[in-house]
Ligand binder design. Structure first.
Ligand SMILES: C[S@@+](CC[C@H](N)C(=O)[O-])C[C@H]1O[C@@H](n2cnc3c(N)ncnc32)[C@H](O)[C@@H]1O
Length: 465
């Protein structure tokens, strides 16, 4: 069932054939009164401190169920500002917002679809990826994937492009089982990609005929409430998603950043994407779209580090030097670590590893790279808690971010026992060097006087099937 761009997917909306059923929150919000109320709330803080007072005053003018839906929507829009520049005009469900790709990560993924004309966005949710896929236009000289097997698709797209500018428009068909998400995706596409051509289908993607698409993007559901699902229980399961490439060669899958790389078949590219220091997602690119076996990308700049070779593990990387820490310590981006590219990074930077099992690198030079955080080493010695406590007090270090890697121990308790005093701040690294417990006192390279940003614990590996 394809629902055209100018028609709404079937939901219970006022005036529709479901009019005798209670209107859904989506229907309420898209009614004239709903739009008026959302405009009135635009930019307002409806956080816990204010919500009761705002609700009371609005109930004088609007029905209570509309006020409740609009206040929830306004709170979601506020939270969504972290992901979308046009959040204040978009519509969200709570789970749809939690699962949505941000404008930044969606834009990065969509850029690799340049040249595709008819794209299926499967499991579109509230349309985070859809907005980016629909917003991008095909280019006059399409390069679809690296595989010469795509020559036919490329020729077809080229022929369409040769027909004139009108044919440069891309069409994206968004599919989801959730009618509210689909309704909101349609609205969000009109806000974020105005004038784009998008169609909407309410269907189980596993029952959808996929003939006629140039390319497919799928973002399966990976949570059941707060429970993270293993790849075999993604909705639809990862193996089903991987088989899409057998039908549409240009295929990409968004997966959890904790994905075990062994789940990805040979010939596919696994790209780990971080925004700043935060690992966000894994993107799996089908063989026709792959340009490396493994890749680490750091947004917003889009710096990218790839393994050599498209299939298999890539060309063997010469062994990385092993030596005790020098003047600088490098903490690789989690995207680099997850992609298994720490050795490649060491070679690129002429750095060395301080232990074969630990992902810290060291360098004699103050290297600046998007792929690692570089810290100047003030102290480096076998870890002895009391001695380090004394040294930290001598250095006047009263605030410390402790990073422990490769050793057990409760960071908060260590922090308390170190009994820090002073006006300065530092990063304390507790790790292993040549399999011995080792400590380092470091300061960030760029902002020596500021405490380093507390590191968010990386997401643990996905549960296994
Ligand atoms: C991770 S979310 C997609 C987020 C979306 N890419 C975005 O950026 O907003 C997954 C979506 O898959 C949908 N879904 C799960 N199983 C499905 C199926 N078999 N067919 C269609 N949609 C499905 C869910 O309703 C949910 O909206």
């Amino acid at each position: 069932m394809i629902v055209g761009a100018n028609r709404r997917p079937a939901t219970s909306q006022p005036g529709s054939r479901h009019a005798d059923a209670p209107p859904s929150a989506a229907g309420l919000l898209r009614s004239a009164a709903g739009r008026e109320l959302l405009d009135r709330l635009a930019g307002q803080d409806v956080g816990p401190d204010r919500v009761l007072a705002v609700s009371r005053s609005l109930r004088a003018d609007y029905p209570p169920e509309l006020v409740a839906a609009a206040l929830t929507q306004q709170a979601l829009r506020f939270a969504a500002r972290a992901k979308f520049s046009r959040a204040d005009q978009m519509l969200f469900t709570r789970s749809g917002l939690e699962q949505a790709s941000s404008e930044l990560t969606a834009g990065h993924a969509a850029a690799r679809f340049a040249g595709a004309s008819v794209i299926a966005d499967l499991c579109c949710g509230i349309g985070g990826n859809l907005a980016a896929l629909a917003g991008a236009r095909t280019v006059p000289d399409p390069i679809i994937g690296a595989d010469p097997a795509d020559a036919a698709a490329t020729r077809n797209a080229a022929a369409r492009n040769a027909a004139g500018p009108a044919d440069l428009t891309r069409r994206v068909v968004a599919v989801d089982t959730d009618p509210t998400a689909l309704e909101f995706a349609r609205h969000n596409a009109s806000v974020c990609a105005p004038g784009s051509e998008a169609g909407f289908v309410r269907a189980d993607v596993r029952e959808l005929p996929l003939a006629g698409f140039d390319a497919v993007f799928i973002d399966p559901a990976r949570r059941d409430g707060q429970r993270r699902l293993p790849p075999g229980q993604y909705q639809p399961p990862l193996d089903w998603c991987l088989r899409l490439a057998g039908i549409i060669p240009l295929a990409a899958i968004k997966a959890a950043p904790g994905l075990d790389r062994a789940r990805v078949p040979a010939g596919w590219e696994t790209e780990f994407v971080a925004v700043g220091r935060e690992l966000k997602e894994a993107l799996l690119w089908s063989p026709a779209m792959a340009s490396a076996a493994r890749r680490a990308t750091v947004l917003p700049a889009g710096d990218t580090l790839a393994s050599s070779g498209i299939t298999g593990p890539g060309a063997p990387v010469p062994p990385v030097r092993l030596a005790p820490p020098g003047a600088y310590l490098l903490d690789p981006s989690p995207a680099v670590t997850r992609a298994g590219l720490v050795g490649d990074l060491a070679l690129m930077l002429d750095a060395w590893q301080i232990d074969p099992m630990i992902a810290f690198l060291s360098s004699g030079e103050p290297v600046r790279t998007p792929f690692a955080r570089t810290m100047a080493v003030l102290e480096s010695a076998p870890w002895h808690e009391k001695r380090f406590g004394r040294r930290l007090r001598e250095l006047g270090i009263g605030a410390a971010d402790i990073r422990r890697r490769g050793l057990a121990g409760d960071v908060q308790q260590i922090h308390r026992r170190l009994d820090l005093r002073g006006d300065h701040s530092a990063t304390i690294v507790i790790t292993r060097v040549d399999n011995r417990p080792w400590g380092l006192i470091c300061t960030p390279l760029s902002e020596p006087s500021k405490p380093s940003e507390p590191s968010k614990p990386p997401e643990p590996p996905e549960p296994s099937d």
